[in-house]
Design a protein around this ligand. Structure first.
Ligand SMILES: NC(=O)c1ccc[n+]([C@@H]2O[C@H](COP(=O)([O-])OP(=O)(O)OC[C@H]3O[C@@H](n4cnc5c(N)ncnc54)[C@H](OP(=O)(O)O)[C@@H]3O)[C@@H](O)[C@H]2O)c1
Ligand SMILES: [Zn+2]
Ligand SMILES: [Zn+2]
Length: 360
């Protein structure tokens, strides 16, 4: 290793296997590249499972613009530590480890100092499709047989949980945990979760664990029985206007996980006075908010982005203590393109997870 400008450029590399999108329209396909050998503060993880987040589809297909190819998605990573750098304290060879949406940040700005690295003022280094400060080039994500990450951005995984079903906690778990905690959702509150997909089903489990009365809003009639099994106290088919009307002005908090265009005003109408709707789903096109939806009842429309590393560890520990994992469908990596098409059609119960042994 030597320092080049502000970045340490790593010279010792090893071969990694992955699946990548090579253009915005091509199916994901096998891709080989090089990862850095672990530096003094790094851990090298053999990836065992990686969840498929809808963000992977948005980015692989360049729906938010700004994707650089080749793109190796994946930020719900769990695996086993195979090598650690000389100064690593939290991990030793053989330990379980996880990596979520970020692999670095500036660590010195106000937001980083307050454990909110996701809001780093110079921008966190995202796990994939971001400039790689250490190796140069781009970061490559978890649809791969291994990854090397600074231990400061590596999470400890509760040992007794099903490992494959733990992977989605690294994004879907923290993205729903963080706003529910920030707005202190709990007992005596009526909480809505819009969209029963990867994020949504974790939102239901967590809001229920925090003691709230949970109402699921789904466009999929076939998910109604599941929503109850996952912990919902009520389930509303959002396409049924009469059912929607009955819920007007009753919610303290609503978490909207929808990945596509939809009528946000229909949900703002369901909030009580001073209630809050937190948007975590990121449709490619802007949502249209009527000001009247906000001023009558002084309602709050806000958003939330994943969570900091400290809070992600807190969420993992909470899930460990409360036996909370994701409901998953395991696929071999060769089925990735089929899984993407099903995800776009809301046809997943409730998170696809890639078994990385299929990559060998
Ligand atoms: N803010 C963050 O930090 C953050 C982190 C991770 C992901 N995200 C974003 O969150 C969104 C959801 O991610 P995910 O992985 O949970 O996706 P997902 O598994 O596809 O779930 C989204 C759910 O939204 C509902 N839905 C889809 N299309 C709809 C439409 N046209 N109208 C109404 N409802 C619709 C479906 O639920 P029903 O079948 O129940 O209607 C679907 O299952 C994505 O945009 C993703 O990029 C944001
Ligand atoms: Zn994600
Ligand atoms: Zn920072």
């Amino acid at each position: 290793m030597h320092n080049s400008g502000t970045y340490a450029i790593c010279e010792i590399m090893y071969n990694a296997k992955a699946f990548a999108a090579l253009t915005e329209t091509s199916p994901l396909a096998a891709f080989n590249f090089q990862r850095r050998d672990p530096g003094a503060h790094d851990v090298q993880i053999q990836i065992l499972y990686c969840g498929i987040c809808h963000t992977d589809v948005h980015i692989a297909r360049n729906e938010w613009k700004g994707t650089t190819y080749p793109c190796v998605p994946g930020h719900e990573i769990v695996g086993r530590v195979v090598k650690v750098g000389a100064h690593v304290k939290k991990f030793k060879e053989g330990d379980l480890a996880g990596v979520g949406c970020m692999v670095d940040s500036c660590r010195t700005c106000e937001n980083c100092k307050q454990d909110l690295e996701q809001f780093c003022s110079v921008g966190p280094t995202f796990t994939y499709n971001a400039p790689d400060k250490v190796s140069g080039g781009l970061t490559y994500g978890g649809y791969s047989n291994s990854v090397v990450v600074d231990e400061a951005f590596t999470l400890q995984i509760p040992k007794h949980l099903n490992l494959a079903a733990t992977a989605p906690l690294l994004c879907a778990g923290i993205t729903t945990y963080s706003p529910l905690r920030h707005y202190q959702v709990g007992k005596g509150q009526k909480v809505g979760v819009v969209g029963l997909g990867g994020l949504g089903h974790m939102g239901v489990k967590l809001a229920k664990a925090f003691g709230a009365h949970v109402v699921v809003f789904t466009t999929s009639a076939n998910k109604v029985p599941d929503a109850r099994r996952l912990g919902a106290d009520e389930v509303v088919l959002s396409t049924n206007l009469d059912e929607m009307k009955k819920q007007a002005n009753t919610f303290h908090f609503i978490l909207d996980t929808v990945a596509a265009q939809h009528d946000i005003n229909a949900y703002l109408a369901l909030l009580k006075r001073d209630g809050t709707l937190s948007q975590v789903g990121v449709p490619a096109e802007p949502l249209s908010v009527h000001v009247s939806s906000l001023i009558f009842g002084r309602k709050n429309f806000t958003g939330s982005l994943i969570g900091g590393i400290k809070e992600t560890q807190e969420m993992l520990n909470f899930c460990g203590e409360n036996n909370i994992v994701s409901d998953i469908e395991i696929i071999p990596i060769q089925k990735i393109n089929e899984a993407y098409d099903r995800l776009v059609k809301s046809d997943v119960k409730y998170r696809f997870v890639i078994d990385m042994a299929s990559l060998e």
